[in-house]
Design a binder for this molecule. Sequence first.
Ligand SMILES: [Zn+2]
Length: 166
Amino acid sequence: MSVSTGLGYDCHRLQEGRRLVLGGVEISHTHGLLGHSDADVLTHAIIDALLGAAALGDIGQHFPDTDERYRDADSIALLRATVAEVSASGRRIVHVDATVVIERPRLAGLREEMRSTLAAAMGVDLGQVSVKATRGEGMGFVGRQEGAAALAVATLERREPDACAP
Ligand SMILES: [Zn+2]
């Protein structure tokens, strides 16, 4: 069994009147994230972490923002497609850990819903997915509420070909 890890990072600008979707959960707020798709920054970071762990490139290669098919795309559907590619490469998800960096709103009460939505999309148990949230403490683009970011680490395992096979 060989284990690999992947890192994902994403950020999007906040804009008044846009929908705010994080980890597939729509959150009531004055501002939402701006992007070609639904701009779900958390799900995008997880997609990049999974692709990285499988050495399958990045989210921009798989779902280009110049492609009209992905306009206002549901990022959870993109995550499902990514997991299918990861599985087809012979790998299995061991664990995903992610952190959302956003000043407002506070996400403490929504973390469990994001975890269960992401776990269902990836076809893994709740115990294999961790979602955390932190703020910018008034500093930088997050602190000024110009945007939000997310980081993720994915751990995959791959069954090696049987060494004893002739
Ligand atoms: Zn993104």
